[in-house]
Unconditional design. Structure first.
Ligand code: HEM
Length: 234
């Protein structure tokens, strides 16, 4: 189900009359692309590290095959999700937000002494400032570095006779590997962050069911009840 593009939120914060309700904040498509992207990235990281020589758990030829098919599937998924983000207005969720330092301070210190999270989730503001920055880095630097170098790598047979091919292959493999390790670091931090909710599995459950408790103003609640634009539990 798509979410309304119109701004029905109270600028992301709690208002006087805000009430917490169980609302579907991740639509079926969002959950589908999230989990399929995760599975493909794990497959690419595992097979890629096999190709790099970090482990020898897979036959080289099989690793190349899985890596190539998973890469094509991931590129198609990224293309379609980019289209979806723009047509549903969800791209706005990824824009830079203020309050970055407060979120960094919370994860470095506040979380250890039981301070409340400095950010309140709302329908129009599902990510905190640090999440938006991390996902933006993922989408505009790490992702493109991987698929651009990966596609050039795939077409090696077309340019392997050029006099510069050895140096070019070396540079392409180096950038691809650096980006792959950056992606690996992103995944580790991302998985750790998923455990910092109310309970260890709270965020994972949200990404499976789609529902989370968010603060809604009376206006938002009435709007959702009347239009049924977003699924809300009674
Ligand atoms: C998204 C599109 C991607 C494409 C088109 C792609 C393509 C390729 C190709 C063609 C190779 C060389 C295989 C060979 O030796 O024959 C390769 C290697 C590799 N890939 Fe990818 N890949 C992609 C994404 C990823 C991702 C997401 C990761 C990890 C998170 C990754 C990690 C690696 C690693 C570590 C290597 C070995 C590099 C080396 O040591 O030379 N790749 N990739």
């Amino acid at each position: 189900m798509s979410r309304p593009d119109t701004d029905i939120s109270t600028s992301g914060g709690a208002s006087e009359s805000a009430r917490r309700r169980e609302v579907m904040i991740y639509s079926r498509y969002e959950r589908f692309w999230h989990w399929s992207q995760a599975a493909l990235i794990f497959a690419l990281l595992f097979t890629g590290l096999g190709l790099h020589g970090t482990h020898d758990l897979l036959d080289f030829k099989l690793a190349v095959q899985i890596h190539t098919y998973a890469a094509i599937a991931l590129i198609l998924l990224w293309l379609f999700t980019t289209f979806w983000n723009f047509t549903t207005g969800q791209w706005k969720q990824y824009m830079f937000k203020g309050g970055l330092w407060k979120v960094i301070r919370f994860y470095a210190y506040g979380i250890l002494v039981g301070e409340p999270h400095p950010y309140k989730k709302s329908l129009q503001r599902k990510q905190n400032a640090l999440q938006s920055l991390a996902y933006m880095t993922f989408m505009v630097i790490i992702g493109p570095a991987l698929w651009l170098t990966g596609i050039v790598y795939l077409t090696y047979d077309l340019w392997n006779t050029a006099p510069w091919s050895a140096e070019a292959l070396w540079a392409i493999a180096l950038i691809h590997t650096i980006a792959a390790f950056a992606m690996g670091a992103f995944v580790i931090i991302h998985v750790y962050m998923t455990t910092t909710g109310k309970t260890i599995f709270h965020y994972v459950k949200t990404m499976i069911t789609g529902y989370d408790r968010v603060e809604l103003s009376e206006v938002e609640e009435a709007y959702i009840e009347q239009t049924g634009m977003v699924d809300m539990k009674k």
